[in-house]
Design a protein around this ligand. Structure first.
Ligand code: NAX
Length: 348
């Protein structure tokens, strides 16, 4: 019997939809994650080839025409799994009965803007959308925040939607996780699907800590430690970390646009694993509400290694943390504490 459709909200779905003037003022640094993401969802990349979906797309008024264009293209693509499209600038209509919400829309930092001004704009967006989700989404709606500052936007959403369980709110660090897998695969010249259990700790920012101390590669003679195979601790502690931390900037430099394809793909990976489960023996990185694990203060949305089963994530416990890692994990936590207090100072 055919499954019932799942309703998926994508905010910021018009992507790259600005007037020429806005475009110039953004200095061409805008990506278009929403535009890359919606066809992936409609094709079954996120929830599987037998799961029908109804897409809800929310954007702002100036992007409405472009959003209607995206809707026309979705219809023209004749995706068999796509059972409906809602394209709107009304947050209430957008959030109505959604089972999954992917929050890509946000206010980007423009040249000359203070951090506090950007934070303030995003706090007001996430406060308003939290309330629309809380009142109108399906009761067990899972939320993934992609827009930056992703961890802190997710935290604001959590705080202003108190009836949504904290377990249902997350932010995207899977792109960083996938970037770390990619770097190890390139370095060892092995298929990326044989590399597993890297970890991204902390903030989706340049203070994130990509950690391979527990990562392995599946080989013909069993699993081997990435550290042993790389056999170059200096590289792992320096270039590897900075390459992953600064990959977003490197993409902007090369493409003159931010990462969109890889970010959309990572959002699909994040939701797929969360809903359908992580493979046995494998963990992934997700920004989730800290329960105090690994000495990370509770009350932060922090990226941890997690496994998922039956639609629930759990932080992987008991990993040994060395002094080098401890310092990096605390530094990124401290940045999140500071972002949290900046965000709170912007709430009105
Ligand atoms: P774009 O600027 O192309 O798209 C943003 C979209 O959001 C636009 O269509 C805009 O009209 C819409 N929008 C603005 N305010 C809105 C609101 N209040 N409600 C609904 N929609 C609204 O950015 P894009 O490159 O698609 O990136 C989107 C966000 O993802 C940015 O904040 C970006 O920094 C962040 N990223 C996060 C990543 C992660 O791993 N967590 C990686 C990629 C990306 O940098």
């Amino acid at each position: 019997m055919a499954k019932d459709p799942i309703r998926i909200l994508v905010t910021g779905a018009a992507g790259n939809s600005f007037s020429l003037i806005t475009l110039i003022s953004y200095f061409l640094l805008i990506g278009q994650i929403g535009y890359a993401l919606v066809p992936m969802i409609a094709r079954g990349v996120m929830l599987g080839p037998d799961q029908p979906v109804i897409l809800h797309m929310l954007d702002i008024e100036p992007a409405m025409e472009a959003l209607n264009g995206v809707k026309m293209e979705l219809i023209d693509a004749a995706f068999p799994l796509l059972k409906g499209v809602v394209a709107t600038t009304d947050a209430v209509e957008a959030c109505k009965d959604v089972d999954i919400a992917i929050m890509v829309g946000g206010f980007p930092r423009k040249e000359g803007m203070e951090r506090k001004d950007v934070m303030s704009k995003n706090v007001s967006i996430y406060k308003a959308q939290a309330s629309a989700l809380e009142k109108h989404a399906a009761p067990n709606c899972k939320v993934l925040v992609v827009a930056n500052p992703a961890n802190t936007n997710a935290l604001i959403l959590k705080e202003f939607a108190p009836s949504i369980p904290e377990k249902n709110i997350s932010c995207l660090t899977r792109l960083d996780h996938n970037r770390a897998l990619g770097q190890i695969s390139e370095r060892l010249n092995v298929d990326v699907s044989y590399v597993k259990n890297v970890i991204i700790w902390g903030n989706h920012s340049s203070t994130q800590y990509p950690d391979v101390n527990h990562a392995t590669v599946i080989t013909g003679s069993g699993e081997k430690s990435v550290k042993e195979l790389v056999a170059d601790d200096q590289w792992l502690k320096t270039e590897f970390i900075t390459t992953v931390q600064q990959r977003g900037a490197a993409i902007i430099k090369a493409r003159k646009l931010s990462s969109a394809l890889s970010a959309a793909s990572a959002a699909c990976d994040h939701i797929r694993d969360w809903v359908l489960g992580t493979p046995k023996g494998t963990w992934v990185s997700m920004g989730v509400y800290s329960d105090g694990s690994y000495g990370i203060p509770s009350g932060l949305i922090y990226s941890f290694p997690v496994t998922c089963e039956k639609g629930e994530w759990s932080i992987v416990k008991g990993l040994k943390i060395d002094e080098f890692s401890r310092e990096k994990m605390d530094a990124t936590a401290n940045e999140l504490i500071e972002e949290k207090s900046l965000a709170h100072s912007c709430v009105n």
